[in-house]
Design a protein around this ligand. Structure first.
Ligand code: ATP
Length: 533
C-alpha cells in the first residue's frame, strides 16, 4: 500500500487533519476528524477494557504466574518540576541535534544520512533526512556539482549510505538542505521536554514541564493507590493520556508527533517473580494487537540485545510494525515492554544518591553532593501477610495510542476490484477494521426514499443507536452508499427494500465478504450485536 493513498483517504474521509490547517498547519501536531476520533476512542476503550475493567482479578490469567489486580489513574500533565529531576528526564531526556548555519534548519543527528560523492575533482559527503534517501542524495549532488540529471554518471559514489557520526570532518559535508559545504554545526544536546511557566510571576523559578510520558504520574501516586484501595502486590496501575515531546524532526504522519497519547501500565511485583511477569506482559501485549487484527507478518516482537538495554533493565522488548512509509525490512515501535527493576520507585524515594547502584550521570552541586534528590518519602511496600518489606519491581508496557491508531489504519487499508451497477469492474477501497474498533458499526439505508422505507429504516437506526455508533443515509444510489461505508470501515450495512414491506425482513451486507442475507427487522439488533462482539 502506498502511504500517499492512506494519507489522502484520512483527510478526504475525516480520519486525520493537520492541526491549524487553515493557518498552514503546525509541524508535529495532528487533529482527529469525525471518523478518526471514533477510531482512536475505540482503540483506547478496547485497551482500557481489556487491561483494566474487563480484567478478571479472581482467576489466574493464561500465562500469568498468579492472580493480580488492575486499577487506573488520571494524573495531571504538569507536575512538580522535581518529578522530572528525580526521574532523570531533566538531565538525560535529550536527542543530539545539528544546526545548519546557512538555512537555520535543525536536524536530529542520527537522522542525517549521506554518501560520499566525487566529481570535478571534489569529494563531498552529501546528506539528506528524506525517506527516499538515494534519490535525494543524487539530486543534491547534481545540484552541488552543477551536473545535469542526464549526465549523472559523471558523479562517482564511494561506500554505502551511512549516518553522520561516521564522518570526522564536517567541513566536507553538504547539509540536507544546504547549497554549500560545511554549514552543519557539531552535534549538541537538545532536551525534548516542553517548558512552560506556572503562575503570574513568570520567572525561571516557576518553570515547569509538560509531561513527556504518563508513567511518572503513576510512580508518584504508588503510595496513594496502595493506601486508598485494597490492591495487593502484584498489581498494575494504568493510565491513558497526552504526552508531549519537542521532537526535533517530527515525521511519518502521526508516527512521530510532538503531542501524542500514551497508554501505559506500571505493574508492581515482587523482585523474585519479576522475570515471569515480564514475559507475561510481553506476550500478553503482543497478543492484544494480533487479536485486534494486526497481521503476523507485519508485526514483530523484538527483544533488545544486552547492549541496547538501559542500565537498570534486565529485559526490554519492543512490539514493532512494518509501517508502509519505512524502507522494506524496517519496523517502527508501537510499544515497549520494559523490566525496570526498582529504578523508578527508588529514584523518587532517594534521588540519585548512590552512584554505584544508580549509575546515572549525576550533576554535582556546589557542595560536591548530587543535585537532585527524590521526595524522601518511603515508597517501599510491606506484604501484609508475611510482613516482608521490599521495593517493588516494575514491568512497564508503554504503548502509543496514535501509533496504534496509525498501524490499524495502515493494516485496514485494502483495495479490491468489484463490478459497479453496470457490471464494470471498479476499484473498491475498503478499511477492514476489526469490528471492535470500527468507527461506525453499521449503516442503515432505505433502498428508495418512498413507500414507507425511510420510516422503517429510521426506526431500526434509532434502536441500534442505543447500542453502538450507527449511520443513517438515504441519499444517492445504493451502490455508492455501500462504497462510502466501505471507505469508512463500517462492518455491516442494513438495507430496507421492497421485500421488507411484504415480509418485514431486511438485508444485511458484510463489508469484507460482501455476503448479503436477510433477517427479520426485529432480530436485526440481536444479529448485529452477536456479530460485532
Ligand atoms: P522512539 O524511539 O520512537 O522515539 P521511544 O522509545 O522514545 O520512541 P517511549 O519513550 O518508550 O518511546 O514511549 C512509549 C511509546 O509512546 C512508544 O512506543 C510510542 O508508541 C509512543 N511515542 C513515543 N514518542 C512518540 C511520538 N513522538 N509520537 C507518537 N508516539 C510516540
Amino acid at each position: 500500500m502506498e502511504m500517499e493513498k492512506l494519507v489522502s483517504l484520512c483527510k478526504r474521509r475525516g480520519f486525520l487533519f493537520q492541526s491549524s490547517e487553515i493557518y498552514g498547519g503546525l509541524n508535529g501536531f495532528w487533529d482527529y476528524g469525525p471518523l478518526g476520533v471514533e477510531l482512536k476512542r475505540n482503540i483506547k476503550g478496547a485497551w482500557w477494557r481489556d487491561m483494566v475493567t474487563g480484567h478478571d482479578d479472581l482467576s489466574i490469567s493464561p500465562g500469568a504466574p498468579e492472580t493480580y489486580d488492575m486499577t487506573g489513574l488520571d494524573c495531571t500533565i504538569i507536575m512538580h518540576p522535581n518529578v522530572w529531576k528525580a526521574s532523570g528526564h531533566y538531565d538525560l531526556f535529550h536527542d543530539m541535534m545539528v544546526d545548519c548555519r546557512q538555512t537555520n534548519k535543525r536536524y536530529r543527528f542520527d537522522q542525517v544520512r549521506g554518501r560520499w560523492a566525487e566529481a570535478k575533482g571534489q569529494k563531498v559527503f552529501v546528506t539528506t533526512v528524506a525517506e527516499n534517501e538515494q534519490q535525494e542524495i543524487e539530486r543534491q549532488a547534481q545540484k552541488l556539482f552543477k551536473i545535469r540529471a542526464k549526465n549523472a554518471d559523471e558523479i562517482s559514489w564511494d561506500g554505502a549510505i551511512t549516518t553522520l557520526d561516521q564522518i570526522d570532518d564536517l567541513s566536507q559535508v553538504l547539509g540536507p538542505d544546504a547549497g554549500e559545504l560545511g554549514t552543519l554545526t557539531e552535534p549538541r544536546e537538545f532536551n525534548l521536554m516542553f517548558k512552560t511557566i506556572v503562575g503570574a510571576m513568570g520567572t525561571e523559578e516557576d518553570a515547569a514541564f509538560l509531561r513527556p510520558e504518563t508513567a511518572q504520574g503513576i510512580f508518584v501516586n504508588f503510595k496513594n493507590v496502595v493506601d486508598s484501595t485494597r490492591v495487593k502486590i502484584p498489581f498494575g496501575i494504568a493510565q491513558v493520556g497526552k504526552s508531549f515531546r519537542n521532537e526535533i524532526t517530527p515525521r511519518n504522519f502521526t508516527f512521530r508527533s510532538r503531542e501524542f497519547e500514551q497508554m501505559e501500565i506500571e505493574f508492581f511485583c515482587h523482585p523474585d517473580s519479576s522475570q515471569d511477569w515480564y514475559k507475561y506482559w510481553r506476550d500478553r501485549r503482543m497478543k492484544w494487537y494480533t487479536d485486534l487484527g494486526l497481521s503476523g507478518d507485519r508485526l514483530i516482537l523484538r527483544e533488545h540485545d544486552a547492549d541496547e538495554l538501559s542500565h537498570y533493565s534486565t529485559g526490554t522488548a519492543d512490539i514493532e510494525y512494518a509501517f508502509p512509509f519505512l524502507p522494506a525490512g524496517e519496523y517502527g515501535e508501537l510499544e515497549g515492554i520494559a523490566h525496570r527493576g526498582d529504578f523508578d520507585l527508588r529514584s523518587h524515594m532517594e534521588g540519585k544518591l548512590d552512584e554505584k547502584s544508580n549509575p546515572l550521570e549525576v550533576q554535582l552541586g556546589a557542595d560536591g553532593k548530587p543535585k537532585w534528590r527524590g521526595s524522601g518519602k518511603d515508597l517501599t511496600y510491606r506484604n501484609p501477610e508475611t510482613n516482608e518489606r521490599f521495593t517493588p519491581h516494575v514491568i512497564e508496557p508503554s504503548a502509543g495510542a496514535d501509533r496504534a491508531t496509525l498501524a490499524f489504519l495502515c493494516e485496514a487499508y485494502t483495495e479490491d476490484e468489484q463490478p459497479d451497477e453496470k457490471g464494470k469492474p471498479q476499484t473498491r477501497t475498503v478499511m477492514r477494521f476489526h469490528p471492535r474498533i470500527a468507527p461506525i458499526k453499521a449503516a442503515v439505508f432505505p433502498l428508495v426514499k418512498k413507500d414507507g422505507m425511510p420510516e422503517i429504516a429510521k426506526d431500526i437506526y434509532r434502536e441500534l443507536k442505543q447500542h453502538c455508533n450507527v449511520f443513517y443515509d438515504e441519499k444517492g444510489a445504493i451502490g455508492r452508499r455501500y462504497r462510502r461505508q466501505d471507505e469508512a470501515g463500517t462492518p455491516f450495512c442494513i438495507t430496507v427494500d421492497g421485500e421488507t414491506l411484504q415480509d418485514s425482513t431486511v438485508t444485511i451486507r458484510d463489508r469484507d465478504s460482501l455476503d448479503q442475507w436477510r433477517v427479520k427487522a426485529d432480530d436485526c439488533v440481536a444479529e448485529l450485536m452477536k456479530r460485532l462482539s
